[in-house]
Design a protein around this ligand. Structure first.
Ligand code: DX5
Ligand code: ZN
Length: 216
């Protein structure tokens, strides 16, 4: 079954707790939390304190996406704050293997993220260290962007590299009912959706999630 992971970057930041609960109750499988530092990406979102504040609002898996560099100094803080999966960017520093080792050592699921300009082959040396490969289908930093079509090829290549290993393949950015089907066909089994999940407000969340799931 396809996992739908709404990104709270698209939620009402003035009511993040209520929004997290609402999207969880509307059928989200995971909650995707986009952490941005204004350095690795040209935007700033939130840190471990917000993850900790949101933890009591739902039992859903917290899928924390670190768009920060360096990531290593903050891994323990996100683990203690309540992250269940922590994904770091392969481009965020020279020691992706050590970062993934650290995440696993903290008892969390480890993910590696690839920006649209990064080849899938970069993950080959760390395939035995990850539970999740996140393929960025937009340039990271903002929600509401359009899906980069060349990323479908990266998803397919990641799928071939992952082969029959128990590794989830996530696509993140520009996921809509129109792109969900081709992304799933290319090999994605986790769909991160921000604007497509949160559009129209809380009364629309259940329908938004169902529409994306049906399209996958
Ligand atoms: C972008 C983030 C994505 C983004 C998704 O840097 O990693 O998770 O919030 O938002 P949409 O679905 O609106 O592209
Ligand atoms: Zn993300």
């Amino acid at each position: 079954m396809t996992v739908i992971a709404p990104s709270i970057l698209a939620a009402d930041f003035a009511r993040l707790g209520e929004e997290t609960r609402a999207i969880a109750e509307a059928g989200a499988d995971w909650i995707h939390l986009d952490v941005m530092d204004g350095h690795f990406v040209p935007n700033i979102s939130f840190g471990p304190a917000v993850v900790k504040a949101l933890r009591p609002w739902t039992d859903k898996l917290f899928d924390v996406h670190l768009m920060i560099a360096p990531a290593d100094p903050y891994l323990a803080a996100f683990a203690e704050a309540g992250a269940d999966a922590i994904t770091v960017h392969a481009e965020a520093g020279p020691h992706i293997h050590r970062s993934l080792q650290t995440i696993r050592g903290l008892g969390k699921r480890a993910g590696v993220a690839l920006n649209p300009g990064t080849p899938a082959t970069l993950i080959e040396p760390v395939l035995d260290m990850v539970d999740l490969v996140l393929v960025m289908t937009v340039n990271p930093g903002f929600g509401g962007q359009s899906f980069i079509a060349s990323a479908f090829e990266t998803v397919s290549r990641v799928k071939a590299l992952v082969a029959d290993r128990p590794i989830g393949i996530s696509v993140d950015g520009g996921v809509t009912p129109e792109t969900a089907g081709p992304a799933a066909a290319a090999g994605a089994d986790i769909l991160v959706a921000g604007s497509a999940a949160f559009k129209g407000g809380p009364d629309r969340y259940r329908a938004n999630i169902a529409t994306i799931r049906e399209a996958a």
